[in-house]
Design a protein around this ligand. Structure first.
Ligand SMILES: C[C@H]1O[C@@H](n2cnc3c(N)ncnc32)[C@H](O)[C@@H]1O
Ligand SMILES: [Zn+2]
Length: 438
C-alpha cells in the first residue's frame, strides 16, 4: 500500500484493492487519465499501478454531487437562523454579502470544498459572487464544479449592464483556466430578482456559449403569487417564455410546482435540484412534488443550498432528508426509497452537471468514495443503500477520489488546518467590516 504523502502527490494510475461494490468484492483500476479502466478480475492486469489503496473494509460508491449551493456562504454559517426567507435574505444576508471581497469568497469556497470532500462530494453547482476566486479555490482543492455568477438586476437597466459584464467576464475567465474539472454556467438568480430582459439575455448567452443555466425556481408560495400578480403566469412559464428551461438548466428548489409545470420541466429536460434541509429550515411549507417530476421525466438531483440555510454541505444528510420529507409530505412511505436517494445524489447529479454517468463503470471518470464498512452506521449491512441513506452521514467517508486524484485518504485532507483558520479569520473580518460601516 502507498504511503499517505505519496498518495496525495503522485499522479498516475491507481489500484483500489478489494473494495466492496454492490455487495461483492472487486479491484478497481484507474488509468493515468483519471478514468476507470477496469473493475474486477481484469483490474490488476489493466494497469501498472503507481498507487495502491487498500479497499478492504470499504464500500465503494460513486462520488456525490451537490447540484445547488452557494459555497462561500460557509462564512455565514449560523449568522442568521430561524427567519422567514424574504426577511432573512433582505435584512440579514444581502446586507452582509454587500461587504464580501474576493478574498472572502476564496477562503469560504475553500472551506466549502473541504467540507464537501470530507462528506464524499466530488462535484458541485455553485451560484455566487467573485466566482473567479471560487474557481481558484476549486482548482486548489481538486474538485469538479460548475460556477455561475449570481445575476441579480432587480429590474434596473444599469444594474443589468453590470451583471452582463460580470457574467461574461466569468465565462471568459473559466475558459482561460482550461481546467476540465471546472465549467461555467449562467446564473439568473430567480424570477423575483431578474427582469424579463435579464432572463432572456441569460438564456441567449448560455445558448451562444454552449453552457448551462443555474436558477432558483418556485421556492416559496410568495414567489409564485407575486409572479402571477406581476406577469400573469407562474414562474415556470415565465422562465420558459424567456428560454431559460433547457436540458442544461438546473432549477433549484422546485417546491411550489403544480402538475402541469412538472410536465413542462420534464418536456424541456430540466434538472430539478431538491434541497430538503433548506426548504424545511426556511419553512417554505411545501415539499417538491417529486412524484410528478419523476413521472414526467425531469432529472431530480440533490443540493444543500448555502450554509446559511442548511447549515452544512453534507449530501448524506440531504439524501436522508429527501427520503423522509417526501414520505412525510406526500403521505407515502414507499415514495423515494433509499436506492433512489442514492441515484439522486450520484447519477442524477452527474447528469445535471454533464460530468459523466455518476456510476462505478468502466470508462466513467474515477470519482469514487470509499466508506468505512466497519463503522457503527454500517453495522449490520443488509442493504448498503439503506445504510448510506438512513444510517450514515458524511463522517463514514474515508477516502475520496476525483478524476483519479486522491483528495482525502483515511479522512486526511492536505492543508485542512490552514483552510479552517483562514476561513474563520475571513468570517471575523467580514463581520467587523459590516459593523464598522453600519
Ligand atoms: C446568489 C444569491 O442567492 C442567495 N441565496 C442563498 N440562499 C438562497 C435561497 N434559499 N433562496 C434564494 N436566494 C438564496 C445568496 O445569499 C446570494 O445573494
Ligand atoms: Zn440557493
Amino acid at each position: 500500500m502507498t504511503d499517505l504523502d505519496d498518495i496525495f502527490t503522485a499522479r498516475g494510475s491507481v489500484l483500489i484493492a478489494g473494495a466492496s461494490i454492490n455487495g461483492s468484492t472487486a479491484d478497481i483500476a484507474i488509468d493515468e487519465t483519471g478514468t476507470i479502466a477496469a473493475i474486477g478480475e481484469d483490474a490488476r492486469r489493466a494497469i501498472d499501478a503507481d498507487i495502491v489503496i487498500d479497499g478492504s473494509d470499504r464500500l465503494a460508491v460513486p462520488g456525490l454531487v451537490n447540484t445547488h449551493t452557494h459555497a462561500a456562504m460557509t462564512l455565514l454559517r449560523g449568522y442568521a437562523d430561524d427567519m422567514l426567507l424574504q426577511e432573512w435574505l433582505s435584512q440579514k444576508i444581502w446586507p452582509l454579502e454587500a461587504h464580501l471581497t474576493g478574498d472572502d469568497v476564496y477562503a469560504g469556497t475553500k472551506l466549502a470544498c473541504l467540507e464537501m470532500i470530507k462528506s464524499g462530494t466530488v462535484a458541485f453547482n455553485d451560484m455566487y459572487f467573485f466566482m473567479d476566486r471560487a474557481a481558484a479555490a476549486v482548482d486548489d482543492m481538486g474538485m469538479r464544479a460548475t460556477l455561475a455568477y449570481g445575476f441579480i438586476d432587480l429590474g434596473m437597466e444599469e444594474k443589468r449592464e453590470a451583471e452582463i459584464k460580470a457574467t461574461e467576464a466569468l465565462v471568459d475567465h473559466i475558459r482561460s483556466l482550461n481546467n476540465p474539472r471546472i465549467q461555467a454556467a449562467v446564473g439568473p438568480h430567480s424570477v423575483y430578482t431578474v427582469s424579463p430582459e435579464g432572463l432572456s439575455w441569460c438564456a441567449e448567452y448560455a445558448k451562444e456559449q454552449g453552457i448551462g443555466i443555474h436558477v432558483h425556481l418556485s421556492e416559496t408560495e410568495k414567489e409564485v403569487t407575486d409572479c402571477v400578480a406581476q406577469f400573469g403566469k407562474r414562474p415556470t412559464y415565465l422562465l420558459d417564455e424567456y428560454g431559460c428551461l433547457t436540458p442544461r438548466t438546473v432549477a433549484a428548489h422546485c417546491c411550489w410546482l403544480d402538475e402541469a409545470e412538472c410536465r413542462l420541466l420534464g418536456e424541456r429536460g430540466v434538472s430539478a435540484s431538491h434541497n430538503p434541509a433548506s426548504n424545511m429550515k426556511l419553512a417554505v411549507n411545501r415539499a417538491m412534488p417529486y412524484h410528478w417530476l419523476k413521472q414526467y421525466g425531469a432529472n431530480v438531483a440533490l443540493g444543500t443550498d448555502g450554509c446559511s440555510s442548511n447549515n452544512n454541505l453534507d449530501i448524506f444528510e440531504e439524501m436522508k432528508f429527501a427520503a423522509l420529507l417526501q414520505k412525510f409530505a406526500w403521505n407515502s412511505p414507499t415514495l423515494l426509497p433509499a436506492g433512489e436517494a442514492v441515484m439522486m445524489a450520484t447519477a442524477a447529479g452527474a447528469r445535471a452537471l454533464g460530468i459523466g454517468p455518476g456510476t462505478l463503470t468502466v470508462g466513467a471518470p474515477a470519482d469514487i468514495v470509499l466508506l468505512d464498512a466497519r463503522a457503527v452506521c454500517n453495522t449490520p449491512l443488509y442493504n448498503p443503500d439503506s445504510n448510506i441513506v438512513y444510517a450514515c452521514n458524511g463522517g463514514a467517508v474515508m477516502t475520496v477520489l476525483c478524476g483519479g486524484r486522491v483528495l482525502m485518504h483515511e479522512r486526511t485532507v492536505p492543508g485542512e488546518e490552514e483552510i479552517i483558520q483562514e476561513a474563520a479569520a475571513a468570517a471575523r473580518s467580514l463581520i467587523e467590516r459590516a459593523k464598522n460601516s453600519a
